[in-house]
Write a protein that binds this ligand. Structure first.
Ligand code: JHZ
Length: 395
Protein backbone atom coordinates (compact mmCIF):
# COMPACT_ATOMS: atom_id res chain seq x y z
CA UNK A 1 0.00 0.00 0.00
CA UNK A 2 1.26 3.47 -0.98
CA UNK A 3 1.39 5.95 1.91
CA UNK A 4 2.23 9.63 1.46
CA UNK A 5 4.87 11.10 3.73
CA UNK A 6 6.17 14.31 2.18
CA UNK A 7 4.51 17.28 0.55
CA UNK A 8 6.83 19.61 -1.36
CA UNK A 9 4.03 21.80 -2.65
CA UNK A 10 3.40 23.24 -6.09
CA UNK A 11 6.42 22.71 -8.31
CA UNK A 12 7.31 23.50 -11.92
CA UNK A 13 9.17 20.94 -14.04
CA UNK A 14 12.75 20.93 -12.77
CA UNK A 15 14.06 21.17 -16.33
CA UNK A 16 11.77 23.97 -17.52
CA UNK A 17 14.35 26.76 -17.65
CA UNK A 18 12.58 29.73 -19.18
CA UNK A 19 13.86 31.81 -22.07
CA UNK A 20 11.39 34.54 -21.19
CA UNK A 21 9.00 34.93 -18.30
CA UNK A 22 5.61 33.53 -19.21
CA UNK A 23 2.38 33.59 -17.28
CA UNK A 24 1.07 30.09 -17.86
CA UNK A 25 3.98 28.07 -16.49
CA UNK A 26 3.11 24.44 -15.75
CA UNK A 27 2.96 23.46 -12.06
CA UNK A 28 2.04 20.17 -10.42
CA UNK A 29 1.73 19.04 -6.83
CA UNK A 30 4.87 17.24 -5.65
CA UNK A 31 4.26 14.71 -2.93
CA UNK A 32 6.21 11.56 -2.15
CA UNK A 33 4.93 8.15 -1.00
CA UNK A 34 6.29 4.92 0.46
CA UNK A 35 4.95 1.54 -0.61
CA UNK A 36 4.78 -0.64 2.49
CA UNK A 37 4.72 -3.81 0.35
CA UNK A 38 7.73 -3.44 -1.92
CA UNK A 39 9.53 -0.53 -0.15
CA UNK A 40 9.44 1.67 -3.25
CA UNK A 41 9.60 5.40 -2.58
CA UNK A 42 8.04 7.38 -5.42
CA UNK A 43 6.49 10.64 -6.51
CA UNK A 44 2.79 10.12 -5.80
CA UNK A 45 1.47 11.48 -9.10
CA UNK A 46 4.19 11.39 -11.78
CA UNK A 47 4.14 13.88 -14.64
CA UNK A 48 3.72 12.61 -18.21
CA UNK A 49 7.28 11.89 -19.54
CA UNK A 50 6.37 13.46 -22.89
CA UNK A 51 6.21 16.80 -21.10
CA UNK A 52 9.67 16.29 -19.60
CA UNK A 53 11.95 14.67 -22.17
CA UNK A 54 11.65 17.06 -25.06
CA UNK A 55 14.07 18.36 -27.66
CA UNK A 56 15.03 21.13 -25.24
CA UNK A 57 16.40 18.92 -22.48
CA UNK A 58 18.96 20.95 -20.53
CA UNK A 59 21.05 18.50 -18.49
CA UNK A 60 24.40 17.51 -20.00
CA UNK A 61 26.01 14.64 -18.13
CA UNK A 62 29.45 15.64 -19.46
CA UNK A 63 29.34 18.99 -17.70
CA UNK A 64 31.32 17.90 -14.62
CA UNK A 65 34.81 16.48 -14.54
CA UNK A 66 33.75 14.20 -11.68
CA UNK A 67 31.11 12.51 -13.84
CA UNK A 68 33.28 12.30 -16.97
CA UNK A 69 35.87 10.43 -14.95
CA UNK A 70 33.29 8.29 -13.12
CA UNK A 71 31.73 7.09 -16.40
CA UNK A 72 35.13 6.38 -17.92
CA UNK A 73 36.10 4.22 -14.96
CA UNK A 74 32.73 2.47 -14.93
CA UNK A 75 33.05 1.59 -18.63
CA UNK A 76 36.50 0.10 -17.99
CA UNK A 77 35.31 -1.85 -14.98
CA UNK A 78 32.22 -3.30 -16.66
CA UNK A 79 34.18 -4.30 -19.76
CA UNK A 80 36.65 -6.20 -17.62
CA UNK A 81 33.96 -7.82 -15.52
CA UNK A 82 31.47 -8.91 -18.20
CA UNK A 83 33.31 -8.76 -21.59
CA UNK A 84 30.13 -7.62 -23.33
CA UNK A 85 29.82 -8.04 -27.11
CA UNK A 86 26.75 -5.84 -27.37
CA UNK A 87 26.03 -2.95 -25.03
CA UNK A 88 22.94 -0.81 -24.77
CA UNK A 89 22.57 2.34 -22.73
CA UNK A 90 19.10 3.55 -21.80
CA UNK A 91 19.21 7.34 -21.40
CA UNK A 92 22.54 7.94 -23.11
CA UNK A 93 22.35 11.74 -22.68
CA UNK A 94 25.30 13.37 -24.50
CA UNK A 95 27.23 10.10 -24.79
CA UNK A 96 29.46 10.54 -21.75
CA UNK A 97 29.37 6.79 -20.99
CA UNK A 98 29.18 5.19 -24.43
CA UNK A 99 32.06 7.19 -25.84
CA UNK A 100 34.32 4.86 -23.86
CA UNK A 101 33.38 1.86 -26.06
CA UNK A 102 34.07 0.91 -29.69
CA UNK A 103 31.19 2.39 -31.68
CA UNK A 104 30.17 -0.92 -33.31
CA UNK A 105 29.40 -2.50 -29.94
CA UNK A 106 26.99 0.16 -28.74
CA UNK A 107 23.28 0.92 -29.02
CA UNK A 108 22.05 4.17 -27.49
CA UNK A 109 18.48 4.95 -26.46
CA UNK A 110 17.70 8.58 -25.73
CA UNK A 111 14.22 10.15 -26.04
CA UNK A 112 15.44 13.77 -25.93
CA UNK A 113 16.06 14.53 -29.58
CA UNK A 114 18.60 17.31 -28.94
CA UNK A 115 20.74 14.79 -27.04
CA UNK A 116 20.15 11.89 -29.44
CA UNK A 117 21.38 14.18 -32.23
CA UNK A 118 24.74 14.46 -30.45
CA UNK A 119 25.37 10.70 -30.18
CA UNK A 120 23.85 9.66 -33.51
CA UNK A 121 26.92 11.01 -35.32
CA UNK A 122 29.01 8.22 -33.84
CA UNK A 123 26.66 5.61 -32.39
CA UNK A 124 23.51 3.76 -33.42
CA UNK A 125 21.02 5.89 -31.52
CA UNK A 126 17.28 5.41 -31.09
CA UNK A 127 15.63 8.78 -30.29
CA UNK A 128 12.79 7.04 -28.44
CA UNK A 129 11.41 6.23 -25.03
CA UNK A 130 12.43 2.85 -23.70
CA UNK A 131 9.49 0.44 -23.81
CA UNK A 132 8.50 -3.03 -25.08
CA UNK A 133 7.80 -1.84 -28.58
CA UNK A 134 11.27 -0.33 -28.91
CA UNK A 135 12.89 -3.43 -27.37
CA UNK A 136 11.09 -5.53 -30.02
CA UNK A 137 12.42 -3.28 -32.74
CA UNK A 138 16.05 -3.43 -31.59
CA UNK A 139 16.42 -7.04 -30.43
CA UNK A 140 15.43 -10.48 -31.68
CA UNK A 141 16.19 -14.13 -30.90
CA UNK A 142 19.71 -13.85 -32.30
CA UNK A 143 20.50 -10.40 -31.11
CA UNK A 144 20.50 -9.65 -27.39
CA UNK A 145 22.47 -7.33 -25.13
CA UNK A 146 25.19 -8.64 -22.83
CA UNK A 147 25.23 -5.39 -20.92
CA UNK A 148 22.41 -2.92 -20.45
CA UNK A 149 23.58 0.17 -18.63
CA UNK A 150 21.47 3.00 -17.34
CA UNK A 151 22.61 5.80 -15.05
CA UNK A 152 20.07 8.17 -13.55
CA UNK A 153 17.37 7.05 -15.93
CA UNK A 154 15.46 3.99 -14.68
CA UNK A 155 14.43 6.04 -11.64
CA UNK A 156 12.97 8.56 -14.11
CA UNK A 157 10.52 6.20 -15.86
CA UNK A 158 7.10 5.92 -14.18
CA UNK A 159 6.17 2.56 -15.76
CA UNK A 160 8.68 0.35 -13.99
CA UNK A 161 6.79 -2.82 -14.91
CA UNK A 162 7.11 -2.29 -18.67
CA UNK A 163 10.68 -0.98 -18.27
CA UNK A 164 11.83 -4.17 -16.58
CA UNK A 165 9.86 -6.50 -18.84
CA UNK A 166 11.41 -4.85 -21.88
CA UNK A 167 14.86 -5.21 -20.32
CA UNK A 168 14.32 -8.87 -19.46
CA UNK A 169 13.41 -9.66 -23.05
CA UNK A 170 16.48 -7.80 -24.38
CA UNK A 171 19.17 -9.38 -22.21
CA UNK A 172 21.22 -12.35 -23.42
CA UNK A 173 21.30 -15.36 -21.07
CA UNK A 174 24.60 -14.15 -19.65
CA UNK A 175 23.50 -10.53 -19.86
CA UNK A 176 23.61 -8.09 -16.97
CA UNK A 177 21.63 -4.95 -16.32
CA UNK A 178 23.64 -2.33 -14.44
CA UNK A 179 21.81 0.68 -13.12
CA UNK A 180 22.92 3.64 -11.03
CA UNK A 181 20.64 6.02 -9.18
CA UNK A 182 20.77 8.19 -6.06
CA UNK A 183 20.36 5.99 -3.01
CA UNK A 184 17.45 6.36 -0.65
CA UNK A 185 19.72 5.82 2.34
CA UNK A 186 21.84 8.83 1.39
CA UNK A 187 18.79 10.99 0.76
CA UNK A 188 17.32 10.15 4.16
CA UNK A 189 20.64 10.38 6.01
CA UNK A 190 21.74 13.66 4.45
CA UNK A 191 18.28 15.22 4.39
CA UNK A 192 18.66 15.91 0.68
CA UNK A 193 14.95 16.28 -0.01
CA UNK A 194 15.82 18.09 -3.24
CA UNK A 195 16.53 14.70 -4.80
CA UNK A 196 12.74 14.62 -5.16
CA UNK A 197 11.48 16.42 -8.24
CA UNK A 198 9.31 15.51 -11.21
CA UNK A 199 12.01 13.45 -12.97
CA UNK A 200 13.01 11.48 -9.91
CA UNK A 201 9.86 9.41 -9.94
CA UNK A 202 11.65 6.85 -7.76
CA UNK A 203 14.44 7.07 -5.25
CA UNK A 204 15.52 3.45 -5.01
CA UNK A 205 16.91 1.32 -2.23
CA UNK A 206 18.43 -2.13 -2.68
CA UNK A 207 15.49 -3.48 -0.67
CA UNK A 208 13.03 -2.07 -3.21
CA UNK A 209 15.04 -3.11 -6.27
CA UNK A 210 15.33 -6.63 -4.88
CA UNK A 211 11.55 -6.90 -4.49
CA UNK A 212 10.59 -5.30 -7.77
CA UNK A 213 13.05 -7.14 -10.05
CA UNK A 214 11.84 -10.48 -8.63
CA UNK A 215 8.40 -9.79 -10.05
CA UNK A 216 9.69 -9.52 -13.61
CA UNK A 217 11.91 -12.62 -13.94
CA UNK A 218 15.02 -10.71 -12.95
CA UNK A 219 17.37 -11.04 -10.02
CA UNK A 220 19.35 -8.43 -8.11
CA UNK A 221 22.60 -10.21 -7.27
CA UNK A 222 25.00 -7.45 -6.33
CA UNK A 223 25.15 -3.76 -5.45
CA UNK A 224 27.83 -1.21 -4.84
CA UNK A 225 27.83 2.10 -3.01
CA UNK A 226 29.01 5.10 -5.05
CA UNK A 227 29.83 8.69 -4.16
CA UNK A 228 28.08 10.04 -7.27
CA UNK A 229 25.37 12.65 -6.78
CA UNK A 230 25.72 12.73 -3.03
CA UNK A 231 25.51 8.95 -2.66
CA UNK A 232 24.23 6.51 -5.26
CA UNK A 233 23.87 2.77 -5.57
CA UNK A 234 24.93 0.70 -8.55
CA UNK A 235 22.76 -2.40 -8.96
CA UNK A 236 23.77 -5.57 -10.82
CA UNK A 237 20.76 -7.48 -12.12
CA UNK A 238 20.55 -10.62 -14.25
CA UNK A 239 17.86 -12.95 -15.55
CA UNK A 240 16.34 -14.99 -12.72
CA UNK A 241 17.98 -18.25 -13.88
CA UNK A 242 21.48 -16.88 -14.38
CA UNK A 243 24.62 -18.26 -12.74
CA UNK A 244 24.95 -15.24 -10.50
CA UNK A 245 24.41 -15.62 -6.76
CA UNK A 246 23.63 -12.92 -4.25
CA UNK A 247 26.87 -11.40 -2.97
CA UNK A 248 27.83 -10.66 0.62
CA UNK A 249 28.25 -7.06 -0.40
CA UNK A 250 24.56 -6.91 -1.38
CA UNK A 251 23.47 -8.67 1.81
CA UNK A 252 25.38 -6.10 3.84
CA UNK A 253 23.85 -3.19 1.98
CA UNK A 254 20.33 -4.59 2.40
CA UNK A 255 20.85 -5.27 6.11
CA UNK A 256 22.21 -1.80 6.57
CA UNK A 257 19.16 -0.34 4.83
CA UNK A 258 16.94 -2.25 7.24
CA UNK A 259 18.97 -0.89 10.15
CA UNK A 260 18.31 2.58 8.79
CA UNK A 261 14.59 1.82 8.67
CA UNK A 262 14.15 2.00 4.90
CA UNK A 263 11.46 -0.68 5.21
CA UNK A 264 9.43 1.33 7.71
CA UNK A 265 6.95 4.13 7.08
CA UNK A 266 7.87 5.84 10.33
CA UNK A 267 11.40 6.56 9.04
CA UNK A 268 9.91 8.64 6.26
CA UNK A 269 7.56 10.54 8.54
CA UNK A 270 10.56 11.54 10.65
CA UNK A 271 12.43 12.56 7.50
CA UNK A 272 9.49 14.81 6.53
CA UNK A 273 9.81 16.60 9.87
CA UNK A 274 13.49 17.24 9.25
CA UNK A 275 12.70 18.59 5.80
CA UNK A 276 10.36 21.19 7.30
CA UNK A 277 13.11 22.25 9.68
CA UNK A 278 15.60 22.54 6.83
CA UNK A 279 13.24 24.93 5.04
CA UNK A 280 12.87 27.12 8.13
CA UNK A 281 16.63 27.15 8.77
CA UNK A 282 17.47 28.11 5.20
CA UNK A 283 15.02 31.00 5.10
CA UNK A 284 16.30 32.19 8.47
CA UNK A 285 19.94 32.12 7.35
CA UNK A 286 19.31 33.84 4.01
CA UNK A 287 17.14 36.51 5.66
CA UNK A 288 19.80 37.28 8.25
CA UNK A 289 22.47 37.66 5.54
CA UNK A 290 20.22 39.89 3.47
CA UNK A 291 19.62 42.11 6.49
CA UNK A 292 23.38 42.61 6.57
CA UNK A 293 23.25 43.58 2.88
CA UNK A 294 25.25 40.60 1.73
CA UNK A 295 25.21 39.58 -1.90
CA UNK A 296 24.09 35.97 -2.28
CA UNK A 297 24.04 33.95 -5.46
CA UNK A 298 23.34 30.30 -6.18
CA UNK A 299 26.06 28.09 -7.68
CA UNK A 300 24.84 25.54 -10.27
CA UNK A 301 21.36 25.77 -11.80
CA UNK A 302 20.51 22.23 -10.79
CA UNK A 303 17.17 20.47 -11.11
CA UNK A 304 17.49 19.85 -7.39
CA UNK A 305 17.52 23.61 -6.76
CA UNK A 306 14.11 23.84 -8.42
CA UNK A 307 12.72 21.83 -5.53
CA UNK A 308 14.55 23.90 -2.91
CA UNK A 309 13.64 27.31 -4.37
CA UNK A 310 9.98 26.47 -4.89
CA UNK A 311 9.45 24.52 -1.67
CA UNK A 312 11.16 27.21 0.42
CA UNK A 313 9.64 29.97 -1.69
CA UNK A 314 12.99 31.69 -2.22
CA UNK A 315 13.77 33.69 -5.32
CA UNK A 316 15.27 37.01 -6.37
CA UNK A 317 14.56 38.50 -2.94
CA UNK A 318 17.57 36.48 -1.77
CA UNK A 319 19.57 35.47 -4.83
CA UNK A 320 20.87 38.02 -7.32
CA UNK A 321 21.35 35.26 -9.88
CA UNK A 322 22.46 31.70 -10.40
CA UNK A 323 25.71 30.81 -12.16
CA UNK A 324 26.03 27.69 -14.31
CA UNK A 325 28.60 26.44 -16.78
CA UNK A 326 25.99 24.83 -19.07
CA UNK A 327 25.65 26.99 -22.18
CA UNK A 328 21.99 26.22 -22.79
CA UNK A 329 21.01 27.23 -19.24
CA UNK A 330 22.77 30.61 -19.41
CA UNK A 331 20.57 33.59 -20.27
CA UNK A 332 17.50 31.75 -19.00
CA UNK A 333 15.48 31.88 -15.76
CA UNK A 334 15.05 29.17 -13.13
CA UNK A 335 11.74 27.28 -13.19
CA UNK A 336 9.03 28.76 -10.95
CA UNK A 337 11.11 31.33 -9.13
CA UNK A 338 12.58 33.00 -12.21
CA UNK A 339 16.07 33.76 -10.97
CA UNK A 340 18.34 34.77 -13.89
CA UNK A 341 21.07 32.29 -14.83
CA UNK A 342 24.41 33.59 -16.05
CA UNK A 343 27.85 32.15 -16.70
CA UNK A 344 30.38 31.94 -13.85
CA UNK A 345 32.73 34.16 -15.89
CA UNK A 346 30.11 36.88 -15.81
CA UNK A 347 28.78 36.43 -12.29
CA UNK A 348 31.19 34.66 -9.99
CA UNK A 349 33.35 37.62 -9.10
CA UNK A 350 34.58 39.66 -6.12
CA UNK A 351 31.15 41.20 -5.53
CA UNK A 352 29.74 37.86 -4.31
CA UNK A 353 29.69 37.35 -0.54
CA UNK A 354 27.87 34.02 -0.35
CA UNK A 355 27.12 31.27 -2.85
CA UNK A 356 24.43 28.71 -2.16
CA UNK A 357 25.60 25.29 -3.36
CA UNK A 358 22.80 24.31 -5.73
CA UNK A 359 25.24 21.70 -7.04
CA UNK A 360 26.13 20.42 -3.55
CA UNK A 361 26.72 17.00 -5.07
CA UNK A 362 29.90 18.45 -6.64
CA UNK A 363 30.99 20.19 -3.44
CA UNK A 364 34.51 18.72 -3.53
CA UNK A 365 35.07 19.63 -7.17
CA UNK A 366 33.68 23.13 -6.70
CA UNK A 367 35.58 23.96 -3.52
CA UNK A 368 38.80 22.83 -5.17
CA UNK A 369 38.05 24.99 -8.19
CA UNK A 370 36.94 28.08 -6.26
CA UNK A 371 39.87 28.48 -3.84
CA UNK A 372 40.30 32.11 -4.89
CA UNK A 373 36.73 32.96 -3.86
CA UNK A 374 37.18 31.30 -0.48
CA UNK A 375 40.59 32.87 0.16
CA UNK A 376 39.16 36.30 -0.54
CA UNK A 377 36.52 35.74 2.16
CA UNK A 378 33.68 34.38 0.03
CA UNK A 379 31.69 31.54 1.61
CA UNK A 380 29.53 28.72 0.38
CA UNK A 381 26.17 27.92 1.96
CA UNK A 382 24.68 24.45 1.90
CA UNK A 383 21.52 22.77 3.14
CA UNK A 384 22.98 19.25 2.98
CA UNK A 385 23.08 17.56 5.45
CA UNK A 386 21.96 20.64 7.42
CA UNK A 387 21.76 24.33 6.68
CA UNK A 388 25.07 26.06 7.30
CA UNK A 389 27.78 28.38 6.03
CA UNK A 390 30.80 26.28 5.16
CA UNK A 391 33.95 27.46 6.83
CA UNK A 392 37.22 27.97 5.03
CA UNK A 393 38.50 24.46 5.54
CA UNK A 394 35.25 22.53 5.06
CA UNK A 395 35.61 19.77 2.47
P1 JHZ B 1 23.65 17.98 -11.73
C1 JHZ B 1 20.44 16.31 -13.18
O1 JHZ B 1 20.21 16.76 -11.86
C2 JHZ B 1 19.14 15.88 -13.79
P2 JHZ B 1 20.75 18.14 -11.29
C3 JHZ B 1 18.85 14.43 -13.84
N1 JHZ B 1 17.45 14.25 -13.62
C4 JHZ B 1 19.60 13.64 -12.82
O2 JHZ B 1 19.16 12.63 -12.38
C5 JHZ B 1 20.96 14.11 -12.39
O3 JHZ B 1 21.37 15.24 -13.12
C6 JHZ B 1 21.99 13.06 -12.57
C7 JHZ B 1 26.58 22.99 -13.02
N2 JHZ B 1 27.96 23.11 -12.57
O4 JHZ B 1 23.60 17.26 -12.99
C8 JHZ B 1 26.38 22.06 -14.16
C9 JHZ B 1 28.56 24.37 -12.55
O5 JHZ B 1 27.93 25.37 -12.91
O6 JHZ B 1 24.60 17.53 -10.76
C10 JHZ B 1 24.98 21.55 -13.95
O7 JHZ B 1 24.06 22.44 -14.56
N3 JHZ B 1 29.85 24.46 -12.10
C11 JHZ B 1 19.20 13.87 -15.17
O8 JHZ B 1 20.58 19.20 -12.30
C12 JHZ B 1 24.80 21.61 -12.43
O9 JHZ B 1 25.80 22.48 -11.95
C13 JHZ B 1 30.55 23.37 -11.68
O10 JHZ B 1 31.71 23.52 -11.28
O11 JHZ B 1 20.11 18.36 -9.98
C14 JHZ B 1 24.95 20.25 -11.79
O12 JHZ B 1 23.80 19.55 -12.02
C15 JHZ B 1 29.91 22.09 -11.68
C16 JHZ B 1 30.65 20.89 -11.17
C17 JHZ B 1 28.62 22.02 -12.12
O13 JHZ B 1 22.27 17.84 -10.96
Amino acid sequence: MKKKFLNLGKQPLANSFLTRLKKNEFFYNLSVSFDTKNFLVSVTNPVNPKKQYTNKYAHRASESKTMREAFKNTAKKLTKKFSPKLIMEIGSNDGVFIKNFPRKKVIAVEPCKNLANITKKNFKTYPNFWNKSLAGKIFNKNKKADLIFSANTISHIPNIKETLEAIESSLSDRGVLVIEDPSLKSVIKTNSYDQFYDEHVYVFSALAIFEITKKYKLKLFDAEELENHGGSLRYYISKENSKYVKTNRLNKIMNNEKKNGLNKYKTFLNFAKRVKKSKKDLIKLLSSLKKKNKKIISYGATYKSTTVFNYCNIGTKYFDYVTDTTLNKQGKFTPGKHIPIISPEEGFDNSVDFAFLGAWNFKKEIIKKEKKFINKGGRFITHVPSVKILNKIDK
